[in-house]
Unconditional design. Structure first.
Length: 295
């Protein structure tokens, strides 16, 4: 980056013969990869986030600004399937775009500076537009932090399977020989105090148990009955340290799996039915207890 290269451009005449030559100097620059892709589906906008890089929150802000200009917008879908994470701060900032205020994550470690409460203040730029977040067994790290934060605050409904469960923050030091030493710095807790590491995010609607199970859940929702409540409650009640046996017991309620096109259909169904969306929000424990979760 910032280096320069000299390029000679040779033009051709109308008859195809050699023309004038000109020399230009170009400056090389780093082009950040695009991490957010937007699609419209009727009155719903789908935002697929592939990872969290240094510019992801800015990309999300631009797309959300465009989406909210449409007076017919009825819902948003954040597709985090296959998102392996990235920059924690970008996940927190992305959450801030659709939250008025509150804790988004808590980090805990042995060193005092590793202990931190990540909170946001500002304003929901969507003014409360319903959000469904799609996750699967490959959703990890910063992506899990975003899903957990919006779910715990009842700001979004999560659909899919149990996520990967990568809830550790790592830092690195440069070694004299040019190598890098990575050190696990802290563990991440969701706003309601449960650990992401190993456990992952338990969705409010599980799509990994087959089409018949999905159909049963949607029918229950249509009848006004919450679904997957016991598994979600068990996950939110979990506290560090958590035995592996307990983690496996909770996660088996919605096994990790690769997402399918059917997940989008479920998300649209929920957004098309405000009563069902509200029922699923109620599956999450009352967010008013959030003030007491920062251990």
């Amino acid at each position: 980056p910032d280096s320069r290269v000299q390029v000679t451009v040779a033009a051709r005449t109308r008859t195809g013969g050699p023309g004038a030559r000109s020399t230009v100097v170009l400056r090389r620059a780093s082009v950040p990869p695009e991490t957010v892709y937007a699609f419209s589906s009727g009155s719903v906008v789908i935002l697929r986030i592939t990872s969290f890089s240094a510019d992801t929150a800015q990309e999300m802000s631009q797309y959300l600004d465009q989406a909210t200009q449409d007076q017919k917008l009825t819902g948003l879908i954040f597709d985090l399937r296959g998102n392996r994470g990235g920059v924690l701060q970008q996940a927190v900032t992305t959450a801030a775009l659709v939250m008025d205020n509150g804790v988004t994550a808590i980090t805990r470690g042995r060193y005092p500076t590793a202990n931190r409460v990540w909170a946001v203040q500002g304003g929901d730029m969507t003014r409360g537009v319903p959000i469904v977040i799609l996750v699967d067994g490959r959703t990890a790290s910063a992506a899990e932090i975003l899903a957990a934060a919006l779910s715990d605050h009842r700001r979004a409904v999560v659909v899919g399977s149990a996520t990967l469960g990568k809830g550790l923050v790592q830092t690195f030091a440069q070694m004299p020989d040019g190598g890098e030493l990575f050190v696990t710095w802290s563990r991440v807790l969701a706003p309601l105090g449960w650990p992401l590491q190993g456990l992952g995010v338990m969705p409010q609607v599980c799509t990994s148990r087959g089409e018949a199970a999905v159909t049963d859940q949607l029918q229950s929702l249509a009848d006004g009955q919450p679904v997957n409540r016991d598994a979600v409650a068990a996950a939110r009640a979990a506290r560090f340290p958590l035995p592996v046996s307990r983690i496996l017991d909770i996660r088996k309620a919605c096994p990790a799996a690769v997402g399918t096109d059917g997940d989008l259909d479920v998300a649209r169904t929920i957004l098309d039915n405000p009563a069902e969306y509200k029922t699923l929000q109620g599956v999450i424990p009352d967010p008013s207890v959030l003030s007491g979760t920062a251990e």
